[in-house]
Design a protein around this ligand. Structure first.
Ligand code: NAG
Ligand code: NAG
Ligand code: NAG
Ligand code: NAG
Length: 379
């Protein structure tokens, strides 16, 4: 697992650039992420405080909007947990290099220049997760925070080193690093930018996925400027094998239930939190077709919609291989047993979701046949 090289496949493209202020990567499922965003009274940001689950945050929001922060100066993030837990890159600065013996590099976002415009905001993320009043988006200050010109109090922007299997093969050092972790969120890259079209797609689809109840990364806002920029694509990054296997199976079953094809299920496009990340050439099926491939260049259909469940397993196997050196023999055995349960969990969840779609109550032996029959018939 090594990589932090800004821009392996950088190309110049659109004049319109956009910066995604995705402060929260995973609010819908994991309390940990939401809790990385602390109010200034809460310096250390203890991620596991049970009292503040995202649900609690949301219900507080629903119940009493006057508790929302109206002043960005009250808003701070904490990075201490990450920095204390992992060694930081000794080298400072934003340039392409191999990073050794550490996980994070400090990396100050390059601010967007020129007139900035707020292109979109997710009220739900802003209020429900970040506890910010929508009024803050009207301020110049918000544009600067969101476009990398100003750092949030407490923020140590970090770039994450990563590597992965691409299209089935170990790809070694990767890193287009459009992501910066500002507190505990990620947006991977040297400069934290992307072209507007793909960012708007990501913004819209991740919101749609959230409201379809599919776990996903989310963005709080999109800031647009006219500054030309180098182009690239998106990202993210105590493993509990059982949880990861279970949640991955659930996630992919949910993708299937809404006809979502991720498009590029490389290992580094999968989150350990089992949320949908990295919206690239994704697509939704227009009509049922297990061979549906949203990436028009994926001729072999490696990442066809019908292959996603298998790919999920492949990725989990690679994860286990990567973790094996730090697991005892006993743990490795246990992990293998857990991994064997993946298929069952997936099938069970798939079955459950499709039963719900069809409005099937109770448990009939013929349910599975009916589901399979209807899917086949709709091809
Ligand atoms: C909402 O919160 C404010 C400040 O904390 C408080 O003064 C007010 O009474 C609360 N309103 C309700 C309806 O709970
Ligand atoms: C498996 O994951 C789903 C969805 O994340 C969750 O609701 C369920 O409780 C999990 N089951 C176990 C055994 O962890
Ligand atoms: C998926 O992963 C590969 C690296 O493995 C990367 O090149 C690609 O841009 C990623 N994301 C998308 C959306 O394609
Ligand atoms: C689409 O698939 C092709 C062929 O496998 C691959 O080279 C390309 O990187 C994929 N597109 C993206 C955006 O990842």
């Amino acid at each position: 697992m090594l990589a932090h090289s800004a821009g392996t496949s950088v190309e110049m493209s659109s004049v319109h650039t956009v910066l995604v202020f995705a402060l929260v990567a995973a609010a819908s499922v994991t309390p940990v992420y939401a809790l990385e965003f602390c109010q200034s009274t809460d310096r250390d940001c203890h991620g596991h405080d049970k009292k503040t689950s995202p649900d609690a945050i949301r219900s507080r929001w629903n119940v009493n909007a006057s508790n929302l922060m109206q002043d960005l100066d009250q808003f701070s993030v904490s990075c201490t947990k990450l920095i204390d837990a992992f060694p930081l890159d000794k080298v400072d600065g934003n340039f392409v290099r191999t990073v050794k013996n550490c996980i994070f590099s400090k990396s100050i976002p390059t601010p967007l220049k020129g007139p900035l415009r707020l292109a979109a905001v997710s009220k739900d993320v802003l209020e429900g997760i970040l506890n910010l009043d929508m009024a803050v988006t009207q301020s110049e200050e918000f544009l600067h925070y969101a476009s990398g010109g100003k750092l949030l109090p407490g923020s140590v922007p970090l770039a994450h080193r990563y590597g992965g299997h691409q299209f089935g093969y170990w790809a070694g050092q990767l890193g287009d690093g459009r992501a910066h972790s500002l507190g505990r969120y990620t947006d991977r890259s040297g400069d934290g930018r992307a072209v507007i079209r793909s960012s708007v797609r990501e913004f819209l689809c991740s919101e749609a996925m959230h409201f379809l109840h599919v776990p996903t990364s989310r963005a709080a806002s999109l800031i647009v400027s006219d500054e030309p920029v180098m182009r690239d694509q998106f990202y993210n990054g105590n493993v509990n094998t059982e949880r990861v296997v279970n949640d991955t199976a659930h996630l992919i079953a949910q993708w299937m239930s809404v006809g979502f094809a991720h498009g590029v299920c490389n290992t580094d496009n999968f989150s350990l939190l089992s949320i949908t990340i990295d919206y690239g050439p994704f697509g939704f099926m227009e009509s049922y077709n297990p061979d549906f491939v949203p990436n028009t260049s994926d001729d072999e259909g490696r990442y066809s919609i019908g292959a996603q469940a298998d790919i999920g397993l492949f990725n989990l196997e690679k994860l286990l291989t990567a973790l094996s050196p730090v697991l005892t023999k006993k743990q490795q055995k246990e992990a293998n047993v857990i991994l064997k349960g993946y298929v069952h969990i997936y099938q069970m969840r798939f079955h459950q979701l499709f039963k719900a779609k069809l409005g099937l109550l109770g448990d009939e032996e013929a349910d599975s046949y009916l589901i399979a029959f209807l899917l086949k018939a709709s091809q």
